[in-house]
Design a protein around this ligand. Structure first.
Ligand SMILES: NC(=O)c1ccc[n+]([C@@H]2O[C@H](COP(=O)([O-])OP(=O)(O)OC[C@H]3O[C@@H](n4cnc5c(N)ncnc54)[C@H](OP(=O)(O)O)[C@@H]3O)[C@@H](O)[C@H]2O)c1
Length: 293
């Protein structure tokens, strides 16, 4: 923890007083310095690429926000993040936060929620009635993906371990496969979409469960190109973007009670390093939130 000056917003930026932020695997991936090709950064850097807070100041060219607005966003991961009392963010990647939940719950949404939303609907082109397999359905991204896919009217299958099977079913999954005890490719076939957050062997085995022409969308590196091509599978990786229209749509679903962020724990900002360590172990159920105010 350190004392640093409050940042000054440019004409197209907002100065946001941070109420809460949340932890994502991208934090420790960036901070260990090995992610320069995807997110070129100058270290040291303040992590925290989720924010829910209140607009303190709007740059001269910003027309759609004013001081006092309660907003949320996934700030630019190549710039200082929200493990801080204040952050500056371009106004064009910000939206009003959901009204019916507090900042701590809202801060759990942007990065993981946008990733699930864009992975399923923009890249996965998931339609009502289709069958989708969601890996790591109990994780930060997976808990949103299960709820979004169900909301869309898809048949949802998740992978999770023993302790999370009932939980993922309660989130809306029609079937949950215990990834420690069963091989999902022995139980599934002819799916329309696999949403992969694991990569490696899980990604490779996922090709077997897709129908000819199916889609395999990954939040990590697409590594099984040859196998996918041989089976006419569309394999694609992507980086989620903080589109305000997507944030607004997710906020509306939250306010309608159709989607809820799953919070594993709320910790004070001072415990950020401990929270990152937990995230790195890879077994969080939902999201770890850091409370700033
Ligand atoms: N491309 C992008 O824009 C983007 C955006 C967000 C995230 N990501 C990446 O996507 C990945 C997932 O992110 P996340 O935030 O969801 O991670 P996370 O919350 O840390 O994921 C933890 C979850 O993964 C489950 N899990 C671990 N191993 C598993 C396996 N072999 N099969 C099924 N589930 C397993 C754990 O359940 P158990 O405790 O039961 O093991 C736990 O609930 C990360 O690599 C992240 O960097 C990419």
């Amino acid at each position: 923890m350190d004392d640093i000056p409050v940042p000054t917003p440019e004409s197209d930026e907002l100065l946001i007083k941070v109420y809460a932020t949340s932890v994502n695997p991208v934090d420790w991936k960036i901070l260990k310095g090995g992610y320069q090709s995807k997110f070129p950064v100058a270290l040291p850097l303040t992590p925290g690429w989720d924010v829910s807070g209140v607009v303190e100041k709007a740059g001269a060219d910003v027309k759609n926000f004013k001081p006092g607005d309660e907003v949320y966003s996934r700030p630019d991961p190549t710039k200082n993040g929200a493990f801080a009392e204040y952050i500056v963010v371009k106004a064009n990647i910000v939206a009003l936060k959901p009204k019916k939940i507090d900042h701590m719950r809202a801060a759990a949404i942007p990065l993981a929620g946008l990733t699930a939303w864009q992975g399923l609907f923009k890249y996965g082109q998931l339609q009502k009635g289709q069958k989708v397999l969601i890996h790591a359905a109990s994780g930060g991204v997976g808990t949103f993906a299960v709820q979004f896919a169900k909301w869309k009217g898809a048949y949802v299958i998740g992978t999770a371990s023993d302790k999370n099977i009932d939980f993922v079913k309660e989130l809306g999954a029609d079937e949950v496969i215990d990834y420690k005890k069963e091989r999902f490719e022995d139980k599934l076939k002819n799916l329309d979409l696999v949403f992969d957050t694991m990569g490696g062997d899980t990604q490779k085995r996922s090709i077997k469960v897709l129908k000819n022409g199916g889609r395999l969308i990954t939040t990590v590196k697409p590594e099984s190109e040859e196998e996918a091509k041989a089976k006419n599978i569309h394999l694609e990786g992507y980086t989620a973007q903080s589109y305000p229209t997507d944030l607004a749509q997710i906020a509306a679903l939250v306010d309608e009670g159709k989607i809820k962020p799953i919070i594993a724990d709320i910790m004070p900002l001072e415990k950020a390093a401990e929270a990152e360590k937990l995230s790195k172990e890879g077994h969080i159920r939902g999201k770890l939130v850091l409370k700033v105010v």
